[in-house]
Design a protein around this ligand. Structure first.
Ligand SMILES: [Zn+2]
Length: 268
């Protein structure tokens, strides 16, 4: 699928999974985890395509990220090979977990900030409507902006604990959707078997032309799911929030400050 469709599938799946997770896992996510997790999952839903130089993710920071993509492509055996398998999910998730836990020293922190910066930058890249003429400058600008944001999130520890989960889930969602297309995915790589999750007549080809009209329809559906689930999360979050003590109705015997004087609330 195309970069933007993958990005939207990652964002939609993460917010929808949080909604489900509340019921299935009994795990609550705080607002910063939801925000960071959604962005990271959307960026991670582009990661498997770093196995080719011309993908949306590989163009994130222009020649800088393309150089890394060239190495990933060589190691993984080419496009839609190791990065589109269970091994790929494990490798990307393990890398996220390792970098998160190595950020105690300077080198570890630099590596983690750049990893997070790449995921955020990939989101911005995928949201570009078309390629720019001065792509090197756009890549450099994206690098600077994404790295400053990633540094801020790391420095103030904003929602970081959710990152390995969001990365693993994003990569998984990418592989799931690629498995709906003609080429399928080698889930059990290095075994050379291509897996598909839907019958042959329902599969589609990737690309702007070949993927029409499936990809635009999916993009609209993913956007609608992301917006609806986000609005619901924000609404329920504000409804569930405990009433601040100074607003809550006082109980008899409590002390309250009234006109600067501390007074005991009388019995009703
Ligand atoms: Zn792919």
């Amino acid at each position: 699928m195309m970069g933007r469709t993958h990005l939207l599938s990652g964002a939609a799946s993460f917010v929808a999974a949080i909604e489900l997770g509340k019921w299935l896992l009994d795990r609550q996510f705080n607002p910063s985890e939801i925000l960071v997790g959604t962005a990271v999952c959307a960026g991670a839903a582009l990661l498997p395509d770093t196995d080719q130089e011309r993908s949306t993710a590989s163009l994130t920071f222009s020649v800088l990220s393309q150089a890394v993509a060239r190495i990933i492509g060589k190691i993984s055996g080419g496009h839609r090979e190791a990065t589109h398998s269970l091994l790929g999910i494990g490798a990307f998730t393990g890398l996220a977990w390792l970098l998160l836990n190595l950020r105690g020293n300077l080198i570890g922190q630099v590596l983690f900030v750049h990893f997070l910066s790449f995921l955020l930058g990939a989101c911005m890249r995928a949201l570009h409507m078309k390629a720019f003429k001065r792509d090197h400058l756009v890549g450099l600008g994206n690098y600077l902006v994404s790295t400053v944001i990633a540094y801020g999130l790391t420095r103030f520890n904003v929602g970081l604990s959710v990152i390995p989960l969001a990365v693993g889930f994003g990569v998984y969602i990418h592989i799931l959707w690629d498995s709906c297309t003609d080429s399928g995915c080698p889930i059990l790589w290095p075994l050379p078997i291509r897996f598909h999750v839907i019958p042959k007549r329902l599969r589609w080809s990737t690309g702007a032309k070949d993927g029409f009209p499936v990809e635009p329809i999916l993009s609209v559906v993913f956007s609608a799911v992301t917006i609806a689930a986000s609005v619901h999360l924000v609404a329920t979050e504000s409804l569930n929030r405990p009433v601040p003590a100074h607003v809550a109705r006082p109980e008899p015997g409590e002390t309250r400050r009234i006109d600067g004087e501390v007074a005991v609330v009388p019995a009703r």
